[in-house]
Design a protein around this ligand. Structure first.
Ligand SMILES: NC(=O)c1ccc[n+]([C@@H]2O[C@H](COP(=O)([O-])OP(=O)(O)OC[C@H]3O[C@@H](n4cnc5c(N)ncnc54)[C@H](O)[C@@H]3O)[C@@H](O)[C@H]2O)c1
Length: 246
C-alpha cells in the first residue's frame, strides 16, 4: 500500500510514533525516524525497521527548533529524494489544574505540540509542492475536541493542531497536498502509563467499546490517511477513541 513512498515521522523512537513507523514500513515505505537528540530508542527503532526490508535513517532533532527541522528535511531529501508522507507525532503533556499551571508548562506544551507541527509543515510543504503531492497527518487528541480538566495546555495545543490541519488542507490542496488529523482517545503508552489508577478507571467507564486503545489502533488509521486509499480525504479529523467522543 505504501511501496516506494518516503515517510517522515516525528517523535517516532517509541510509542505511537514507533508503531506508525513500523506499520508504514510493513506496508513498504522507507522511513525517517526523528526524535529528540537524547533519544536512545530512535536508533533501535531504525534497526527494527530495516529488518522489515525497507530503508530507514534516524535524524535527531527538536521540532521546536527550525534549524533542526530544516536539517530533518534536508537529510531526508539527500537520502530519499522526496517526502511523500509527513506525520507530526512528537508531543508531550505537563498536566495540572489551570490555577496551578505554570507559564513554563503552558509554553513547553504549546511549543512542542503546536509550534513544532507548524515548523514541520512549513518545511515539508516545500518539497511536497514541487512534487505536487504529499500527505500530512497530525496526531491531535480527543481532548482537543472535547476539552479535559487538568489539561489546559495540552487540550489547547491539540485544538490548535486541528485548526492548523484544516488551514493546511485549504492552503495546499491546489498543490496536491492533503492534510488530516487523528484524535486518539486513551491509548496504552508511556504517556498514559503515568496517569493515576482512578483517572484510568474514570476514562474506562466512558468508553463504549469498553477497552483502551493500542498504538496499533492509531497506526492503522494513520497509514490509511497517509496512503492513496484516502486520496479524496483532506481537512478531516478522525477520532480513534472506542466511541469516547461521538
Ligand atoms: N498515549 C495517548 O493516549 C495519546 C492520546 C492522544 C494523543 N496522543 C498523542 O500521540 C503522540 C505520541 O504520544 P505517545 O503516547 O506515543 O507518547 P510518548 O511520550 O511515548 O512519545 C512521544 C515521543 O515524542 C518525542 N518528543 C518529545 N518532544 C519532542 C521534540 N521536541 N522533538 C522531537 N521529538 C519529541 C519523545 O522523545 C517521544 O519519543 C503525541 O502527540 C500525543 O500527544 C497520545
Amino acid at each position: 500500500m505504501l511501496k516506494g513512498k518516503t515517510a517522515v515521522i516525528t517523535g517516532s523512537g517509541r510509542g505511537i510514533g514507533k508503531a506508525i513507523a513500523m506499520k508504514m514500513a510493513s506496508l513498504g515505505a522507507d522511513i525517517v525516524i526523528n526524535d529528540i537528540p537524547q533519544s536512545e530508542d530512535a536508533d533501535k527503532t531504525c534497526e527494527e525497521i530495516k529488518s522489515l526490508g525497507v530503508d530507514s535513517i534516524v535524524v535527531k532533532g527538536d521540532v521546536r527548533n527550525t534549524a533542526d527541522v530544516q536539517d530533518l528535511i534536508k537529510k531526508t531529501l539527500d537520502k530519499f529524494g522526496k517526502i511523500d508522507i509527513f506525520v507530526n507525532n512528537a508531543g508531550v503533556t505537563r498536566d495540572g489544574l489551570m490555577l496551578r499551571m505554570s507559564e513554563d508548562d503552558w509554553d513547553l506544551v504549546m511549543d512542542i505540540n503546536l509550534k513544532g507541527a507548524f515548523n514541520c509543515i512549513k518545511a515539508a510543504a516545500r518539497p511536497m509542492m514541487k512534487q505536487r503531492s504529499g500527505s500530512i497527518v497530525n496526531i491531535a487528541s480527543v481532548v482537543g475536541v472535547m476539552g479535559n480538566a487538568g489539561q489546559a495546555n495540552y487540550s489547547a495545543s491539540k485544538a490548535g493542531l486541528i485548526g492548523l490541519t484544516k488551514t493546511t488542507a485549504k492552503e495546499f490542496a491546489s498543490r496536491g497536498i492533503r492534510c488530516n488529523a487523528v484524535a486518539p482517545g486513551f491509548i496504552e503508552s508511556a504517556m498514559t502509563d503515568k496517569l493515576p489508577d482512578d483517572v484510568k478507571k474514570e476514562y474506562f467507564k466512558a468508553i463504549p467499546l469498553a477497552k483502551f486503545g493500542t498504538v496499533d489502533d492509531v497506526a492503522d488509521v494513520v497509514a490509511f490517511l497517509a496512503s492513496d486509499m484516502s486520496s479524496y480525504v483532506t481537512g478531516q479529523v478522525i477520532n480513534i477513541d472506542g466511541g469516547l467522543h461521538m
